[in-house]
Design a protein around this ligand. Sequence first.
Ligand SMILES: *[C@@H]1O[C@H](CO)[C@@H](O)[C@H](O)[C@H]1NC(C)=O
Ligand SMILES: *[C@@H]1O[C@H](CO)[C@@H](O)[C@H](O)[C@H]1NC(C)=O
Ligand SMILES: *[C@@H]1O[C@H](CO)[C@@H](O)[C@H](O)[C@H]1NC(C)=O
Ligand SMILES: *[C@@H]1O[C@H](CO)[C@@H](O)[C@H](O)[C@H]1NC(C)=O
Length: 286
Amino acid sequence: MYKNLKTGQVIWIVLWILELTSCEFTVTIPKSLQVAELGQDVVMACSFTMNGDLDIKNIIITWQRGEEVVHSFYYGQDQLHTQSRSYTSRTSLYVSNIIKGNASLMLKSVSAVDRGDYTCSVSTSIGSQKKTFLLVIAAFYTEPVMQIKVLPQTVAFSFYSEGYPNSTIQWLSEDGLDMTNLTDSSYTEKDNGLLSVKSTLMTKRNLNTSFTFILQNCVLEQKIIRTFSLISDNAPSKDYDGSCKNNLLLLVPICFFVSVTALAYVLMRKHIDTSTSVPTLNQLLP
Ligand SMILES: *[C@@H]1O[C@H](CO)[C@@H](O)[C@H](O)[C@H]1NC(C)=O
Ligand SMILES: *[C@@H]1O[C@H](CO)[C@@H](O)[C@H](O)[C@H]1NC(C)=O
Ligand SMILES: *[C@@H]1O[C@H](CO)[C@@H](O)[C@H](O)[C@H]1NC(C)=O
Ligand SMILES: *[C@@H]1O[C@H](CO)[C@@H](O)[C@H](O)[C@H]1NC(C)=O
């Protein structure tokens, strides 16, 4: 008796929940941040409750960005005369899926200016609702091009990469000390909409140095970690001074040799001159 009552209650609750959800008209968008990759196509997901009425003519879908109409659908077809110019030929709905409650919009070749708040509004014979979300534009940073420039006293470690939006850069020494303060980073906006970054760490030329940089694109949760290692067998400063001294030491005998040779040549020349002048004198004499 008690068992039966309990089952009856459960059934009643389930029916009540079903009835409640089926009556309520909702528009659903993803809870996660919507990110579009720069230059790529994006599907902005949006779905709505369908209930019995399978007549597509009773469904009105409007996509807006602020006041701008991105895409409009009613009377069972796209209504593109109302569309804002910046979206011409760039949008489409999945028309055959609309009847299944799919109002997702495909937006083609996304650029940086497409970032913004988008609203998906749906109206059917059982109700209407709208939902707004932020569309963020991003691009993964490219594999960094790394460069080491070795000068007599200093070494410059640098890398170059491009992505979108802005990145954060951190440099660490071998011991894990933050060297970011000692670095120089420059950011440039490129024609393709990407941001390029070049970061350089300049240090004294030490033996066996190693530095690590961390490049992050927070929007895409991208993290690039690369390490520079410079290995050398002998001390650069000694090497540099030594070669100078060696050159000086070599120079002394060379100078000596050159001077002696020159002197010998001059002396010999003098001797030859006198010896050749003798016959001339003899010739002059009768
Ligand atoms: C809508 O339909 C498209 C195409 O089949 C699909 O890619 C997308 O995931 C659907 N969206 C939703 C919210 O169901
Ligand atoms: C990127 O961030 C850096 C520092 O974090 C800043 O100096 C630079 O102006 C930013 N660039 C752009 C294009 O936002
Ligand atoms: C170095 O960086 C730290 C944060 O890591 C900052 O608080 C400090 O002001 C910086 N020092 C200089 C000289 O830029
Ligand atoms: C630097 O490292 C290399 C290889 O790891 C080693 O052969 C060399 O002796 C090191 N130089 C110094 C000065 O420690």
